[in-house]
Design a protein around this ligand. Structure first.
Ligand code: AMP
Length: 153
């Protein structure tokens, strides 16, 4: 059986699994909440990255963050959708991935996140790494490995 340290999975370039920035649905900090809600609903994603005007990552925004912000005590305050901006509700404290990070580093981070944001050393947004892409790769790897070590039926 191959030793894990020699296997492709340990040396996998995580950028092979990244959805590049130009294919990612995203919003900017200064966008009104109604625009962010539209992008979230139309894209079908529950959360998406937030950039500043220089394409630097600032955090993520989700449908839940927006809805929590507009729920009043007695009614849904729809007017807040145009009054407030993404920066008022977004979450800025998120784990960041660097293009040089190892597969094992990002696997650990992905335990608690459906997707990870990838930034370069200056904070410029490079894309996202969905947990599903990591699991898909691992699934292929483990299936290949099981063919190598288990007797054929
Ligand atoms: P998935 O594993 O493909 O369901 O993606 C998990 C999460 O990653 C989604 O719920 C979104 O929050 C985010 N995501 C995946 N693909 C994109 C994309 N192209 N643009 C923005 N967010 C995405």
């Amino acid at each position: 059986m191959k030793r894990l340290k020699d296997c492709d999975v340990i040396n996998k370039d995580i950028m092979d699994l990244v959805i590049p920035d130009e294919k990612v649905a995203l919003v900017q900090t200064n966008n009104p909440l109604e625009h962010a809600l539209l992008v979230l609903v139309k894209s079908g994603y529950s959360a998406i990255p937030v950039l500043d005007t220089n394409n630097k990552l600032q955090g993520i925004v989700s449908k839940t963050m927006i809805l929590n912000h507009i729920f009043g005590v007695e009614r849904i305050e729809f007017e807040k959708l145009s009054e407030y901006k993404v920066k008022d509700v977004m979450k800025g404290d998120i784990p960041l991935v660097n293009p040089n990070d190892s597969f094992l580093t990002v696997m650990k981070l992905a335990i608690n996140e459906p997707f990870l944001c990838v930034v370069d050393h200056e904070g410029y947004f490079k894309g996202i790494l969905p947990r599903s892409a990591l699991l898909k790769f691992l699934n292929h790897f483990l299936r290949d490995l099981s063919h190598d070590v288990l007797p054929a039926k």
